[in-house]
Design a protein around this ligand. Structure first.
Ligand code: PMP
Length: 361
């Protein structure tokens, strides 16, 4: 069999880097207990949903929304105690990761650890950036010396530091994060502190980000706020860095429905605290319940998920699925042999998980 003529393929119209990257590897499964996407197990509160729907209905849908979601951006700035000129809002923080990769540009460097959040490497590969990954230490802490060496050796680009880390849930010593941030900035890098899960830990790097012009905190409404379906994320940066990133954001990119929902959430954010407190409590309960398992090890985490190291990830995954529980396989990742990533669910879902893992022996 011969390959089709060039005129009948996408050929050079699609860059080789894009053709080479596999589609985002995720298959949604219709299973009762969904612990595979680090979501909040609870929906947005009913009365806030009703108010958001009222506001959506009151706005004209035939008109474009606020250009850069200025009202929402101001509300985020008030909530985070940040200069509004340093806030950029997009449909999910994944979009900001794409824009940050663009900021560095084709051929420039994206530096991160291994394993890391897949979107950093995916976007780097799609853009044809120079992707440099340094192995985490076996205890999942940051390889500080190796990262410092890479910062000195490589052409400056974007450095990703994820706190708590994904997919491990590890939180590093603040002194290490600070030292790396300062070294990177001094060498000309942009430093991204991805804080998607910070509410579930005691870490909060706003103070560090305020200390320099080339640092930013990436945050999302998808996790603690329980608004993954609404798709809004944001960053906190210096006005200069934010202004440059804002140029890369396409106009009108947060739709008016999402803007209305988030304005309501930010006016009444108290529900988040109670949910985070429950998530942290449940995480402690699940980890304690699995602590004496004969073959599986639940690894400590400061996020709303944890890694379960099993003797056979495939068998464990299929066993959980047979009990109506879906988790995420991570066993092909560096350092994560046998690991499944499990989100913390409602107390009832967690009971089902504990019972199912208990039977896995
Ligand atoms: N950063 C990290 C570390 C994440 O785990 C996620 C969600 N999986 C994101 C960013 C992106 O979240 P979103 O696009 O929903 O804001």
């Amino acid at each position: 069999t011969s390959s089709p003529p060039a005129s009948r393929t996408v050929g050079r119209a699609v860059r080789a880097a894009v053709r080479a990257v596999p589609a985002y590897p995720f298959t949604p499964l219709n299973v009762p207990i969904k612990l595979d996407q680090n979501e909040n197990p609870y929906d947005f509160p009913e009365e806030l949903k009703a108010e958001a729907l009222r506001r959506m209905a009151a706005r004209p849908w035939n008109r474009y929304p606020d250009l850069h979601a200025d009202t929402l951006r101001d509300a985020v700035a008030r909530y985070e105690d940040w200069d509004p000129a340093g806030v950029v809002v997009t449909p999910g923080s994944n979009v900001l990761i794409k824009l940050l990769t663009e900021l560095a540009g084709i051929g420039q460097t994206v530096l991160t650890v291994n394993p890391t959040f897949s979107v950093y490497t995916l976007e780097a590969e799609l853009l044809g950036a120079r992707l440099v990954q340094v192995s985490l230490n076996p205890d999942f802490s940051l390889p500080v010396a190796e990262l410092r060496a890479a910062l000195e050796r490589e052409e400056p680009g974007v450095l990703y530091l994820t706190q708590p880390h994904a997919p491990t849930g590890h939180v590093d010593a603040e002194a290490d994060v600070r030292a790396l941030t300062e070294a990177a900035e001094a060498a000309g890098w942009v430093v991204v502190l991805d804080e998607a899960y910070h509410q579930y830990s005691r870490s909060d790097y706003r103070g560090l980000v305020r200390g320099g012009p080339a640092r930013l905190s990436l945050r999302t409404f998808s996790k603690a706020w329980g608004l993954a379906g609404v798709r809004v994320g944001y960053l906190l940066a210096s006005p200069e860095l934010a202004a440059n990133l804002q140029k890369l954001v396409s106009a009108f990119n947060v739709n008016l429905l999402a803007q209305a929902a988030l304005e309501v959430a930010l006016e009444q954010p108290t529900y988040v605290q109670a949910r985070v407190a429950e998530g942290v409590r449940e995480r402690g309960r699940v980890l304690a319940a699995l602590a004496n398992h004969p073959t599986c090890r639940a690894l400590p985490s400061q996020a709303n998920f944890f890694l379960l190291r099993t003797p056979d990830a495939d068998a464990a995954y299929r066993h959980l699925l047979s009990r109506g529980i879906v988790v995420r396989r991570q066993d092909r990742l560096h350092l994560l042999a046998g690991c499944l990533r499990v989100a913390i669910g409602t107390p009832e879902e967690n009971d089902a998980l504990i019972a199912a893992v208990d039977d896995l022996r």
